[in-house]
Design a protein. Structure first.
Length: 469
């Protein structure tokens, strides 16, 4: 296969300016729009409405400029739909072929920048999604004036629902766009780099060239192309171990911090404000918590992807793994089986919790957390998550210690026995603390059920406010 490299100018300056400006504005509109919708509180209602309007008018101007550019340069031809056969071929590649290492059916050129699936997606974006958001947003903004003029418009609630639906569709498009951009390039961030510099490397236009194929083969067979044993699995194992260790230590610290409610409401309030950096920002800033949660969420997702390399991907593999486990009946193999189950549970239940914290960082505190546990009926999910996290984490720490030889003395059997005891004690202690903490939040939430939404104010602050008045 020819491995010569040729740099091709694929994206003009305007295309790059349009792409990144649009990305910033769309994300800004989503963030401010969902705050207006009540999903979180970062800027305050009046300020966020103003920011949303500014971003909306800016992107309208950008889109008008982009439409003019596409029409005058002929770039509108990039969005002409491909034949159904080519579209089906492209879909088959993304659903099946990409996982088998098949050659990419489409090769990019300056005159054909988008594959058939991209053409359909971008055409739908320009003809349906953006007009839906434009029209519904315009009606919502000028609703009172339109009614006063006698224009027959839908109820305001219906307009808001349509506009919100358009926002969710745009968010879905953005997530899908990021997924394909970051996961289907030959080299990490190759497509991002191309949209910054304008240049595409011709070899990178083929999603599964020699280097990527070699990496897949090394991961699956543990053998490099020249027959030597590959270091790829070891590197991935190290990354999995490192991310797992960080997450396990984080969860222990997290458990102790939320357990401050067992001391008092004031203690939990102080811990919350500490992590909001109240010693820097007056009253604390929940955005700091959102940044921390986002970082943990990203690490959580990376760890899950790395761990899934060893998960059975179909029922046949599951049966083979279970037969192996039952045949040898080794305690450590059974622990790995438990980790698979708890990891699967954590991926869904943990994602729900992290998403709630990411979008509502200000709803953490003695009353806010208790209301979520009791009045929002989250206690059942938290109970399941507690057991899954503590078993998964303690087993993970034990297996890391065994795998990497930590704390191993002269007698490996004795060391393994001691580590198992530590694992069991750690699990029992953390689960006990977790259950007591969950019960405490449920009790506070039950007592506070008639005042949902009311925030906790320490008596010292209340007295100072009264004294100030």
């Amino acid at each position: 296969m020819n491995t010569s490299i040729k740099h091709v100018m694929m994206y003009s300056r305007f295309e790059r300016f349009w792409h990144w400006s649009q990305a910033v504005l769309i994300i800004s509109l989503l963030v401010t729009g969902f705050e207006i919708h009540g999903s979180w509180t970062w800027f305050g209602f009046e300020q966020v409405v103003q920011l949303h309007r500014i971003a909306a008018w800016t992107i309208v101007g950008l889109w008008i400029l982009a439409i003019f550019w596409h029409l005058t340069t002929g770039e509108w031809r990039q969005y002409i739909p491909s034949s159904p056969g080519k579209l089906i071929e492209m879909m088959r590649y993304y659903l099946i072929g990409i996982f088998r290492g098949d050659d990419h059916p489409f090769h990019m050129s300056p005159k054909r920048k988008h594959n058939p699936l991209q053409r359909m997606a971008y055409l739908s974006l320009h003809l349906f999604i953006t007009p839906l958001i434009w029209i519904s947003g315009g009606i919502y903004l000028f609703y009172a004036s339109l009614v006063a003029m006698g224009v027959n418009v839908p109820p305001l609630g219906t307009v808001a629902m349509i506009h919100t639906a358009g926002a969710f569709i745009m968010l879905t498009f953005l997530v899908a766009h990021l997924y394909f951009t970051l996961s289907t390039s030959e080299k990490p961030f190759a497509f991002v780099r191309a949209m910054i510099t304008g240049y595409e490397v011709e070899e990178a236009n083929r999603f599964h060239e020699e280097k990527l194929q070699q990496g897949v083969v090394e991961t699956l067979t543990n053998q490099a192309a020249d027959g030597r044993k590959s270091s790829m699995p070891a590197k991935l194992d190290f990354a999995q171990s490192a991310t797992g260790l960080i997450l396990a230590l984080f969860m222990i610290g997290h458990m102790l911090f939320v357990a401050s409610i067992l001391i008092s409401k004031e203690a939990m309030y102080s811990v919350t404000k500490f992590f909001e950096l109240s010693f820097i920002f007056e009253g604390g800033n929940p955005a700091i918590v959102a940044i921390a949660v986002g970082s943990v969420f990203a690490l959580f997702f990376v760890h899950a992807l790395l761990a899934m390399r060893k998960f059975p991907i179909n029922y046949r593999q599951f049966r083979a793994m279970k037969s192996f486990k039952d045949f040898y009946n080794h305690p450590d193999t059974n622990l790995w089986f438990i980790q698979i189950i708890t990891g699967f549970v954590m991926f869904f239940a943990g994602s729900v919790h992290l998403l709630l914290m990411l979008t509502n960082p200000g709803d953490i505190g003695p009353f806010a957390s208790s209301d979520r546990v009791w009045s929002d009926h989250m206690w059942a999910i938290y109970l399941i998550l507690l057991l899954a996290v503590e078993f998964h984490g303690s087993i993970g720490l034990y297996r890391l210690a065994i795998k990497w030889g930590w704390f191993e003395g002269s007698d490996s059997k004795a060391s393994r026995k001691r580590l198992k005891i530590i694992k069991k004690v750690l699990s029992m202690v953390l689960i006990a603390i977790g259950l007591l903490t969950l019960i405490a939040y449920m009790k506070i939430g039950f007592d506070h059920r008639d005042h949902v939404g009311e925030r906790f104010t320490p008596p010292v602050i209340e007295q100072s406010q009264v004294g100030g008045n």
